[in-house]
Ligand binder design. Sequence first.
Ligand code: F6P
Length: 503
Amino acid sequence: MTILDRDSAWTAIESHPATSLAELFKADGERVARYSRDVATIHFDWSKTHLDDTLSAAFEALVDAAGYLQARDALFAGEVVNASEGRPATHVAERGQGSATDNRLAAERHQRMRSLVDAIEGGAFGEIESILHIGIGGSALGPDLVIDSLGRDSDRFDVRVLSNIDGEAFDQATWGLDPGSTLVVAVSKTFTTTETLANLDAALEWLRDAGVADPYGQVIAVTAAPEKAVAFGIDETRILPFGEGVGGRYSLWSSVGLSVALALGWGAFEELLEGAAEMDRHVKLSHGLANVALLAACADLTYTQRFGAQSRAVFAYDERLRLLPDYLQQLEMESNGKAATADGKPLGRRSAPVTWGGVGTDAQHAVFQLLHQGTSTVPVEFVAVIENEDSLDPRHHQMLLGNCFAQGAALMAGQGDDDPARAYPGDRPSATVLLTRLDPRALGALLAFYEHRTFANAVLLGINPFDQFGVELGKQIARKLDDAEGRASLDASTRDLIERAGL
Ligand code: F6P
């Protein structure tokens, strides 16, 4: 392997001569195999990206210079990898893949969570039919995605996820629910988040208005700050704790997944964890770019740093995964949308791109025009599932997959035309993630892949992916609206808007 320091490795990546995808395929008959990986029933095809041998060698040098292996091992060992907050990141321990101590703590908390699931199922909270999950950001997006993906035809609890402060969201989430048979699951790592506490207050009022004698008795709190939940009025016996080291956007696997376990059953929740653990083991044991998360991160960085991409698009060619882009937006943008390195220096290069996306084939009739002919470089990622479980003739699913694969082919091949308006430049990159089937295990592995890829991107860039100071200023300014002095300190445009809205 070429030994380069970090700067020289970046220079080699940034100055790498562009070779078209068509040429790369022509030059290498083994390209598909070389840039594909199979992990946990998922096929990852990165061959339609511009990675090649030289670029891969430069990335291997960067991996070395940036200390990825040490950082990865530190993550799994439960060392402090979130330096700005002085914490480890223990989500892998929730899957039994962390340090012995962290694994034991996580297993104990899971045991408590399981007992609660059994108690709810056994009627300890009365005849519960529905769950109102209240939380925002990482305390909502993961559970919402998993329940929406796998719980659609479940005959278990009707789980609704409420995140937004907007009263319309509350009305929609509670529409048709019987307060008497609804259990409220309030999830907040800090138990200080304005939206969650305001929605919890509204839910308590909703229960009270419906004549529920002990509204607090129908609330479970899931938090890393149990003392705050107690101060809020929730009995200790109805609080499920989780560790400080579990970051919000990495928290699905912890007690935060309570609503998932209720919606899908404990067995399915365990399968989800096991799928994630399988991906963890792959990442832990793979060498170099055999590690699929690292391979994908190298392609991500090729596009942001070498080709100037400002966004990346993810299209789920499976309606069950329609919330995947929303989940990935928080995971990737809150983790790596930062202008400073972990050691407090200016990043000096592009941070994470904007993650966006949608579902296929809908998106083909809305945004693919720009992907095929626009002037921006947008690496595209397709996520599809081979086995279908829908009620229609299998030809529907074949058409769905056919369209997915055709889009990737068209982006890459392009098509010349004398009329520029009708010409497709081609040479546009895409990657395809192909699941054999969508079950809890595969979904666990898929989401863990995205976590590890985000971590790999962060390490190669030198970013700490586990803090999120960028979300604080807006919260502080919102609090200024509470008093006249604070309002007076705001700019003229904002003051005018406040006045117009009668706040
Ligand atoms: O404001 C951002 C954020 O802190 C996210 O990082 C987090 O997932 C979300 O808010 C919710 O926070 P909490 O779980 O503490 O309510």
